[in-house]
Structure formats: structure tokens, C-alpha cells
Design a protein around this ligand. Structure first.
Ligand SMILES: NC(=O)c1ccc[n+]([C@@H]2O[C@H](COP(=O)([O-])OP(=O)(O)OC[C@H]3O[C@@H](n4cnc5c(N)ncnc54)[C@H](OP(=O)(O)O)[C@@H]3O)[C@@H](O)[C@H]2O)c1
Length: 252
């Protein structure tokens, strides 16, 4: 049987669209024919990356500003959030401001709007307080708090979430490796941003991804026709469509 993924019909807001993963998310949405809006801090950067034809889809603003977020959310049915702090730049806002507070702000305002689906790019290792990355503004702890808010806000009513915890991010082209999805935050490894983006987009309509938190790394090199089958790894461990993952959810 040929696998024909269904199309996502709504408009998707990409937060952090000019980031290195965000750019791939936009490319993937366009390839899948999914309508999107780009929530960016710099219109100029967005036009340089996506061309003048992207202009109508660009909404400028900061995830620090509730009014700008509300404006960006008008008419949106799903959010893919790929914002992140610049942990090694002392001039930039700390992880508490971006990976926790900005994510929580975006999720809260999205949950008050017509958004029914929230997909968050988080990080592998968030449940390990002793992880070396936590030396940088406790970035993983902050991400875990952001995750918890997304799970809480998007596991009730008609709202669903997907939290993707990628390994170390690389800049290779998409679909060149087998992927590994796991839960429980036990694995380590790396993955291409392009593949994280593709999984984020497929999560919009993969039933196995609804209300799930999972880690994602790449395995051996082997060109892939589609990344859709990787979601089957989630079915093996538990039933899909779970509304929430209580208790274990923060570690699962
Ligand atoms: N680096 C790794 O190895 C690694 C591993 C696992 C997970 N992650 C996480 O994966 C995600 C994507 O990583 P990446 O390397 O693609 O990130 P990136 O290139 O640094 O992009 C981060 C994005 O966040 C945006 N941003 C920051 N503060 C913002 C604010 N206040 N309002 C709106 N947008 C804001 C940036 O906007 P501008 O474009 O305007 O700068 C940029 O688009 C991040 O959450 C990161 O922490 C990274």
C-alpha cells in the first residue's frame, strides 16, 4: 500500500522562522503545500532568506511582546516553535527569557486563540539537570519548564501538542539518514536541522505524534524517501492519541 500522508489544511505559524531550523521548517511546509506565516524579528532577514514572494506571509515581532504575538496568531491553527536563546552570547537574553518565558508566553496566547496544535522544538537532555549544557543559564532546565507549559496548555479540549527533543544539530541536507525516535531521554547523538524540520511538519498530521514528547537523533547514512515511517517507533511503546503523559510525561 502506498503511504499518502494527508494534507494539513490550516495555516501554520513558524516562530523563529529565520533561525537555522526555522528556515528548514518553512521550506518543508512549502514543499508539503501547507500555508504558513513567518513570525520573525527581522523582515529584511526573512526576505533575504525566502525572497520577496514571502513578504505577505511575514509578520514581524518578538516573542517577548504579547501584542505582537496576538497579531501573528490571527487566523492561525497550528504553531511550530523553533525559537531558542543564544547561550554563548552574553549580550543576548538568557535562556530563562527565551527557552522558558517566551515559549510559555507564545503557548499561553496560542491556547487562548484558535490554535489547536502546538509543536515545540526542545532539546535532548532536558531531564538531566547535571548535563554540561546547563552551565549556560540552565538552558536545559529552562527548556523543560517551557515543555511543561506546552504540555499543560495543549493537552486539554481540542488542543494537542508534540514536543521534539533533537540531539546536537547539524546542517546537512534532509532525508540522508535513518532516524531514531526514542522516549525517556536516554539516548544521545546528533541530527540534521533539515530532518528535525521535516519531522516537525509531519507531526502536524501524524496521529502517532499527537500528545507525545520524544527524542530524535540520526542513525546510519541511508537516503530516505520519506520520514513518515519513523513515527511507527512511537507506536511500539504506547498507544497513540494519548491526551497527556501524566507523571512520566516530563521524562518520557
Ligand atoms: N544547537 C544545538 O545543537 C541544539 C540541540 C538541540 C536543540 N536545540 C534547540 O533547537 C532549537 C533550534 O535551534 P537552532 O540552532 O535552529 O536555533 P537558531 O538558529 O539559534 O535560531 C533561533 C531562533 O530563535 C529566534 N529568537 C530568539 N529570540 C527570539 C525572540 N525573543 N522572539 C522571536 N524569536 C526569537 C531567532 O531569531 P533571529 O533569526 O531573529 O535571530 C532565531 O530565529 C532551539 O530551541 C535550540 O535551543 C539546539
Amino acid at each position: 500500500m502506498t503511504e499518502q500522508p494527508e494534507q494539513y489544511a490550516g495555516t501554520v505559524l513558524v516562530a523563529g522562522a529565520t533561525g537555522r531550523t526555522g528556515q528548514w521548517i518553512v521550506k518543508s511546509l512549502l514543499q508539503h503545500g501547507i500555508a504558513c506565516r513567518l513570525f520573525v524579528r527581522s523582515r529584511q532577514k526573512a526576505v533575504e532568506l525566502f525572497g520577496a514572494s514571502a513578504e505577505p506571509a511575514i509578520v514581524t515581532g518578538s516573542a517577548d511582546n504579547p501584542d505582537e504575538i496576538r497579531r501573528a496568531l490571527e487566523g492561525i491553527s497550528a504553531v511550530i516553535c523553533a525559537i531558542g536563546s543564544a547561550v554563548t552570547d552574553p549580550e543576548s537574553p538568557p535562556p530563562s527569557a527565551i527557552d522558558r518565558d517566551a515559549v510559555l508566553r507564545l503557548a499561553a496566547l496560542a491556547s487562548e486563540s484558535d490554535v489547536s496544535r502546538f509543536i515545540l522544538v526542545s532539546s535532548l537532555g532536558v531531564t538531566r539537570p547535571e548535563h554540561p549544557l546547563n552551565r549556560y543559564g540552565r538552558v536545559l532546565d529552562m527548556k523543560l519548564e517551557g515543555e511543561a507549559g506546552v504540555r499543560r496548555l495543549f493537552s486539554t479540549g481540542n488542543r494537542t501538542f508534540t514536543i521534539i527533543r533533537p540531539g546536537g544539530l547539524l546542517d546537512g541536507p534532509p532525508r540522508q539518514h535513518r532516524l531514531v525516535i526514542s522516549t525517556g531521554d536516554h539516548i544521545s547523538g546528533s541530527i540534521d536541522r533539515s530532518d528535525v524540520a521535516e519531522i516537525a511538519v509531519l507531526s502536524l498530521y501524524a496521529p502517532e505524534a499527537a500528545n507525545r514528547t520524544f527524542e530524535l537523533i540520526r542513525n546510519e547514512e541511508e537516503p530516505q524517501k520519506s520520514l513518515q515511517p519513523v513515527f511507527r517507533m512511537l507506536c511500539d511503546r504506547s498507544a497513540p492519541h494519548r491526551k497527556s503523559e501524566p507523571g512520566a510525561s516530563e521524562n518520557d
